[in-house]
Write a protein that binds this ligand. Structure first.
Ligand code: HEC
Length: 115
């Protein structure tokens, strides 16, 4: 009975669209990423928008769980640049793979340019 309940909770956890530590995508670990701006910042249009579309838009769009914080357009993402940096750095918001997390963090560290 106890086991069954645990299984049900786990199943619900997977099915719900809510961020938490265990869904960070790194198996419960949160790899450190250096938040510093490289000499040539990643491009919003070419690099960052596709990463955000893949990792954030399933929830941060008009039909998602976080529809009050839309990140699908540059202006929305720019508005939430500070909290996006902290939530992604701490893995509260999932962003995989690590190479993409690094690009996103670097772009934010550069001041989230519309480049
Ligand atoms: C599985 C759904 C989901 C995904 C994927 C997701 N988010 Fe979220 N996000 C939420 C929900 C729900 C909230 C509101 C609840 C909360 O603040 O904890 C939220 C809140 C936020 C906030 C506000 C946090 C604050 O402290 O005010 C930011 C910023 C954010 N998300 C950025 C992102 C970014 C950037 C990504 C992609 C790398 C992302 N999220 C991916 C569901 C998601």
């Amino acid at each position: 009975m106890k086991r069954r309940f645990a299984g049900l909770v786990a199943a619900l956890g997977i099915a719900s669209c809510a961020p938490n530590g265990s869904s960070s995508g790194y198996g419960g670990n949160c790899p450190t990423v250096n938040a510093s701006c490289p000499s040539s910042p990643p491009s919003y249009a070419a690099t960052i928008a596709p990463i955000v579309n893949m990792n954030c838009i399933p929830c941060h769009s008009p039909t998602g769980d976080a529809s009050d914080k839309p990140l699908g357009q540059y202006a929305g993402l720019y508005k939430y640049r500070t909290t996006s940096l902290s939530t992604v750095l701490t893995c509260k918001m999932p962003l995989v793979p690590l190479s993409d997390k690094k690009l996103f963090v670097e772009w934010l560290a550069c001041g989230a340019p519309d480049n």
